[in-house]
Write a protein that binds this ligand. Structure first.
Ligand code: PLP
Length: 490
């Protein structure tokens, strides 16, 4: 492959403004069918611009090539394998995008009278019912905009519940394998986040948990399967210990694709669950949204849900009249078009299809982890659920780190797995293939990982220099965060 990064003479390296030529057009407007007016006669003077806007001027093929070239400079799931652990970067069917673009959805206005948006309300209500059936709980809000926002909403409900019982509690327990958003949303909500250690099998240590539970514990936030990809086998006991002390149990449902159709959190005794519609239920993500993080709760917590709640009676109705509600957590009703995609996905797959999703996600992850466990260490040796965690700590002997493995993978056309998380594994490589990958893709990835393992021994310098085949080479990551500069520099 030729070196593309330093060659600014290549058209794909030039900014769209550099490609611009005065008068070049990629559109034509229809002939004016109303009398022309002088804007200076009809608009306030200070609203009328004096200079034309500085927009690039290009023909349609130039615009298309510009953006197609840009779109492959970065890695994405439509381009190749993206095994980023904890993120569920699966392929999202394009039909979801098509449906979310129907004018009947995109041209709705949030201030429209209820009777004119019955279809949208019906879709949201039915989506809610499907999600409740999947987790086995009683009531739901679709408002939160992401998983972390669901956590914030859930913790607000935990607070409202305890206050309704006339008690103030200050602590939320969180296992040490948890995603960073768990302690962050807990702290943001004004609670003290208390770490629960894991035992040697990578699950919650029941003895330590019992020591930590007291009358000041408002609840526990658990990810299951946890971020090691391990199912918490003693979950019923964990839940009982918390419930016995009057606390509530929150499930971080980011890993729901391992459970759907197999096990229902509500049946295990969870009180609150969040969904990441943009992970499990098919909305592309990774660029910062929009996402959707609905939360489902048990009957006794339903009265605290944010307003409005969608109700079905004679038609669909938005109920704002709920005195115990924690209030609103998002403008209007949340990110509606993400809900459209999730609804389409659920209706398309049906119960059997969702069960297949869970089975395939687990099979794929175990195939990868078992194929690689002799080349990389498996710190918690067991079968995993939809993702697994390896360790690159054995490569340190060759002066190679997990970061180098991740960078070298880019040269082979793969996105790197999540690295250095969860924190309880040194040199962690957290791999989530997802259910949408074929065995051939998995084999290609395994081959690349094994080759990198060999290179660590025979040619460690090559790993330290990687990537060499990407438009941008290895970045100074601290500098990139501190002095962000997004302009192309040839
Ligand atoms: C992604 C993720 C979150 C946060 O969800 P967002 O939608 O990104 O806010 C929380 N917990 C786990 C385990 C996750 O993977």
């Amino acid at each position: 492959m030729t070196d593309r990064s330093s060659d600014s003479s290549r058209p794909e390296s030039r900014l769209i403004f550099e490609k611009s030529r005065p008068g070049r057009k990629g559109y034509s407007l229809p002939r004016l069918d109303v009398p022309p007016v002088d804007p200076l006669q009809t608009l306030p003077k200070d609203l009328v611009r004096t200079d034309p806007p500085e927009l690039p001027e290009l023909s349609e093929p130039e615009v298309v090539r510009h953006f197609v070239n840009l779109s492959v400079k970065n890695h994405h799931v439509d381009r190749g394998f993206y095994p980023l652990g904890s993120c569920t970067m699966k392929y999202n069917p394009k039909i979801g995008e098509e449906l979310a673009r129907l004018p009947g959805f995109t041209q709705l206005h949030p201030f429209q009278p209820e009777q004119t948006v019955q279809g949208a309300l019906q879709l949201m209500w039915e989506l809610g019912q499907l999600l409740l059936e999947i987790v086995g709980l009683d009531a739901i809000t679709l408002q939160p905009a992401a998983g972390a926002h669901g956590e914030f909403t859930g913790i607000s409900i935990i607070r409202a519940y305890h206050e309704s019982q006339g008690r103030k509690r200050r602590k939320i327990l969180i296992p040490d394998s948890a995603h960073g958003t768990n302690p962050a949303s807990t702290t943001l909500s004004g609670y003290l986040s208390v770490k629960v250690p894991s035992n040697r099998s990578g699950t919650i240590d029941l003895y330590r948990l019992k020591d930590l539970v007291d009358d000041d514990v408002a609840g526990i936030m658990i990810t299951n399967p946890n971020t090691l990809g391990i199912f918490e086998k003693e979950i019923d006991q964990v839940i009982e210990i918390i419930h016995d002390k009057g606390g509530l149990v929150y499930l971080d449902g980011a890993n729901l694709n391992a459970l759907i159709g197999i096990s229902r959190p509500g049946d295990c005794g969870f009180d609150i669950v969040h969904f990441n519609l943009h992970k499990t239920f098919s909305t592309p993500h990774g660029g910062g949204g929009p996402g959707s993080g609905p939360i489902a709760v048990t009957e006794r917590l339903a009265r605290f849900l944010p307003v409005p709640v969608i109700e079905k009676g004679d038609g669909y109705h938005l109920n704002y009249d709920r005195s115990d509600s924690i209030g609103k957590v998002h403008s209007f009703y949340g990110n509606f078009l993400v809900m459209v995609k999730a609804y389409a996905y659920l209706r398309m797959l049906g119960p059997e299809g969702l069960y297949d999703v869970a089975k395939a996600s687990i099979l794929n992850a175990n195939y990868l982890i078992q194929s690689l466990k002799d080349d990389y260490k498996l710190p918690y040796p067991c079968f995993c659920m939809h993702e697994g965690v390896l360790s690159g700590s054995g490569l340190k002997a060759f002066g190679v780190r997990t970061l180098d493995v991740a960078k070298r993978l880019l040269d082979f056309g793969f996105h790197a797995p999540t690295i250095y998380f969860p924190l309880i594994v040194s040199e962690a490589l957290m791999i989530e293939p997802t259910e949408t990958e074929s065995i051939e893709t998995l084999e290609d990835f395994i081959t690349a990982m094994k080759r990198i393992r060999k290179e660590a021994e025979t040619d460690p310098e090559r790993l330290k220099k990687a990537p060499t085949q990407t438009p941008v080479r290895r970045l100074d990551e601290v500098k990139a965060a501190r002095e962000l500069n997004v302009r192309y520099q040839g």
